[in-house]
Design a binder for this molecule. Sequence first.
Ligand code: HEM
Length: 142
Amino acid sequence: MIALWVKSFHIISVVTWFAALFYLPRLYVYHAMAEDAPSRERFKVMERKLYRGIMNPSAVVAVGLGVLLIVLQPFWLEQGWLHVKILLVAALVGYHWYCGRLLRAFAEDRNTRSHVWYRWFNELPVIVLIAVVLLVELKPWA
Ligand code: HEM
């Protein structure tokens, strides 16, 4: 029963994490296209608040509750799909961290990348989301 509560909040935090993982690079697309200083300053505030206020806390809760699910039900660790999922989550944490580096570059007006680059960058978490949901639901190598 407690595991079902934990799983519910795990899914809720995954949803809010992905909302930010999709929206922050989208803000970078528009920020990279912005030509006037007031627009750039507004994007800086939006990006910082999204990263610190939603993306970071959601990631901590999603990963923390994922780990708690394994502590409550250690048999999950015997399943192959979970090992692949953990690798993908590690890649996602790397993507999250890299978003933070890009945030700092924009904040200091050091961005050198084009809006087209950010459009492709924006697609990477989509691939991880599809792969993780298929792993969790189809449970291959269980
Ligand atoms: C290190 C981080 C994570 C760990 C250790 C972890 C672990 C787990 C475990 C043990 C379950 C229970 C599986 C079940 O009841 O069938 C679960 C459920 C789930 N996880 Fe994670 N998780 C992590 C991060 C994520 C991320 C980043 C996503 C999304 C991309 C995600 C998506 C889901 C979903 C959708 C479920 C619900 C499965 C269902 O009941 O239908 N998890 N997670």
